[in-house]
Design a protein around this ligand. Structure first.
Ligand code: SF4
Length: 196
């Protein structure tokens, strides 16, 4: 499994399947435990991620780290962080249809190899593209488990939305508490979450 994941990650790093490869500094493969019980999916790398070559290292990523810490989750043990597309769209625009279609097979394969119990989608693009339904809205579905079988899918607000509108933070925390409950049910009944 590890070898397959390494090969996949090599393919992502060298990928030229869509035009985003011409403007990227780094293709972001993802980060975390390759056997993580939880995979977290965002939309695309931003400027900080493209510069450093790691996912979720900008302001949104820092807020996400705080949320993970409150949940008792770490990138090293519990989480694998990834995105719908792996190269930064210029000016942080939403990835185009062609870019998503070129890139999403990497995500499907990555999830197949990691084999998580739980998937968290951050924001609308991740929700719609992972679930293959452009009509889905985070505001209507957040906090609900969207699948009945493994991997269970939980849509939550993107941390960038929480930074723009802090009134959404308690709502997002309620959703993450459901993830903690499910993690205790499926993975570790003794899991300690410092704030729950
Ligand atoms: Fe390849 Fe995805 Fe980067 Fe496009 S965004 S070049 S498909 S890795």
């Amino acid at each position: 499994m590890q070898q397959s994941l390494c090969k996949l990650h090599e393919s992502i790093e060298q990928c030229t399947h869509c035009s985003l490869h011409t403007t990227r500094r780094h293709a972001i493969i993802g980060e975390g435990n390759p056997r993580a019980p939880i995979v977290v999916i965002g939309e695309a790398p931003g400027a900080a991620e493209d510069k450093i070559g790691r996912p979720f290292v900008g302001k949104s990523g820092q807020l996400l780290e705080k949320i993970f810490a409150a949940c008792g989750f770490s990138r090293q043990h519990h989480i694998f962080l990834t995105n719908i597309v792996r190269c930064r769209p210029p000016d942080n625009r939403v990835p185009s249809e062609a870019e998503v279609q070129a890139c999403i097979p990497f995500l499907r394969r990555q999830i197949q190899l990691i084999d998580p119990q739980i998937i968290i989608t951050l924001g609308g693009t991740a929700l719609q593209r992972y679930m293959e339904d452009k009509n889905l809205r985070v505001s209507g579905l957040r906090g609900q488990w969207l699948t009945k079988e493994k991997p269970l899918v939980m849509p939550v607000y993107h941390p960038a939305a929480l930074l723009r509108n802090p009134r959404l933070k308690p709502i997002a925390w309620a959703d993450f508490k459901k993830v903690i409950d499910k993690y205790r049910e499926l993975v570790d009944q003794d899991h300690i979450a410092p704030h729950y």
